[in-house]
Design a protein around this ligand. Sequence first.
Ligand SMILES: NC(=O)c1ccc[n+]([C@@H]2O[C@H](COP(=O)([O-])OP(=O)(O)OC[C@H]3O[C@@H](n4cnc5c(N)ncnc54)[C@H](O)[C@@H]3O)[C@@H](O)[C@H]2O)c1
Length: 323
Amino acid sequence: MANVRDKTVAVTGGAGLIGSYLCDELVGAGAKVIVVDDFSKGRRENLKQIADQVIIREGNLEIAEFAHDALADAQMVFHLASRAYGVGYAAGRHYDILQHNERITNAVLDAVCVHKPEHVLITSSSCVYADDGPDTVPELPLFEGDPEAVNWGYGWAKRFLEQKALIAGRESGIPMTIVRPFNIYGERYNWMGEFSQAIPMLVKRVMDGADPVVIWGSGKQRRSYVHASDCAQMMALLVASGHSNGAINIGTEETICMTDLVALICRLGGLDPVLQTDTSRPEGRFVKSADMSRFRAIVPDFAFRVSLEQGLDKMIGWYRQTF
Ligand SMILES: NC(=O)c1ccc[n+]([C@@H]2O[C@H](COP(=O)([O-])OP(=O)(O)OC[C@H]3O[C@@H](n4cnc5c(N)ncnc54)[C@H](O)[C@@H]3O)[C@@H](O)[C@H]2O)c1
């Protein structure tokens, strides 16, 4: 990551789950890091280990003037700020989520086009993909069908973000790396109650002592998960490679079925509840994982630092600290 050394690098959403790990990576690589965040979900606590090494610019990136000023001196921009809650939040709020993200997209891309940093990373999402895609999803084109139904507004917002970034990048000449993370989790997660994401929800349910633990659907549906620190490392390595030619998945081909995932959480938490499946409940698509061929071709020597078991163990630590 020599390309960030001594550079002024802005991380929007830098106090959040993935953003804070990215700040750790960038500070470690010798960058001068500016965190741009409104702390609506991000936390100062996530940055405590680098508190004296980052500049914080607190404000709402929906506001064009704030985005313009906050990004003025950035030589590189990693754009992660977004309203990203679990699927429980999205129902009935698709338009609100779409508009919130659109306002951030417009303000950030306008600022970038004026200030012309050397490189920009744009964080999209695997939610841009349709529900009926292949099990292991390659970097499919965006505008066929709807994005996944439960994240309808968010998925469209990310599709628009990608497309606007492509056009802005091509016209301004600014290289833009676009990434599509799959399910990312980690112990810096800010608990959002019923709006929380899947792994924190499951860990809380198990650790609260639910017995039986009811798993929606057959329990055989398979998902893939990556720890936020690995996601951050993958983002930084992609930018270091200089890649700016098309979106790249960030995830893993490795999957685990829901029942095994819950069983693993129980084992790590030292609990032994009955696991019950409820086939009257929806289970979503049967398999979803990331085809990582493109990423591997760009960063061939990448290795994950946190296994799923280690990551879930950290989540149990998160539960014990949080509740
Ligand atoms: N976590 C995942 O599973 C996942 C998967 C795919 C894509 N992503 C994307 O990765 C990025 C980071 O996600 P995360 O999981 O770290 O989420 P997060 O909610 O922890 O981080 C987002 C950060 O953006 C900040 N933010 C939100 N609205 C803002 C605004 N208007 N102005 C300034 N700051 C604002 C929040 O305070 C937070 O710190 C997001 O763009 C998200 O859409 C995440």
